[in-house]
Design a binder for this molecule. Sequence first.
Ligand code: ATP
Length: 324
Amino acid sequence: MDNIVRRIGILTSGGDAPGMNAAIRAAVRNCLQHNITPIGIHRGYNGLIQGDTFEMDARSVNNLSERGGTILYTARCKEFTTPEGVQQAVRTCKYAGIDGVIAIGGDGTFRGAQKLSAAGVNTVGVPATIDNDIGCSHYTIGFDTAANTAIQCIDKLSDTMQSHERASVVEVMGRHAGHLAVYVGLAVGATAILVPEFPVDFERDVIERIRQGKYRGKRHFLIIVAEGVGRCDEIARRIEEETGIDARVSILGHIQRGGAPSGRDRTMAARMGHTAVEELALGHTNLVVCYRDSHIVTIPIDEALAMKKGLDPYMYKVAYDISI
Ligand code: ATP
């Protein structure tokens, strides 16, 4: 057996993120530069288990950088978390002649990539999640677009809320991580930002800040809440009860996942997708492509999964200090 890489499979898994398509495009085009046939895999690890794969070519990814979502579809796949599921995926790779896989997604996707690697299929992960909560990488594909979408929505909301001198309680995505909430909160001038990582004293950090703001002549109050913190209607009810200010809830929801990727997401996805192919073409495996200190680097998946990324307390402090 030679060590030449002939066919690389590409899949997107977990929650979708704007820029996944740009990463697919980069991977496909760089495969072709190496005379490697790119193989699309549908619906994450499901496609590997079910043999739902197809050959791609340069034109199949035309005009893809600017499209949100993922043309390969994405899904969770419980079966792949079992040894039988992994073995079935390995069989598909054998039959389809796939000798390398690029898995684009979050840390769950990388756990799957680790299993595939251990089972003998060379695999490289690319971080894509709007939450930006992957410890090994300072940036994840999709974050910038999602943040800008949330900011644009909140700007519109602020116009009408200001006219009526109301408070807005806005829920942004982030079940376990507040990166999006803090970034967006700082950008929109939130009065308070509630995230799972930093517990707040509601009286002191929300109610009292609104009262002080009102005293200083502030007429509109934005409270940004990460999804994982709790019920926004409950937060709004307390604000109304304790301050007398009409408080309305807006849940931005899945709109944050869609739309044309920003320039940052397109270029980051292009660099990461390209790098994944470079590594697989060299016969490397069990790696995650990361963005660290302004460079694209790769880290072994085992190490990558053990790395943690906390919220930037300084960014949080800046948001509080300047929204008086
Ligand atoms: P998001 O950031 O959107 O949650 P994610 O990649 O972390 O993305 P998960 O649902 O955690 O999303 O994982 C995606 C898929 O990866 C799972 O549905 C499963 O197929 C696979 N996966 C996750 N954990 C494991 C594991 N321990 N072993 C094998 N496969 C796994």
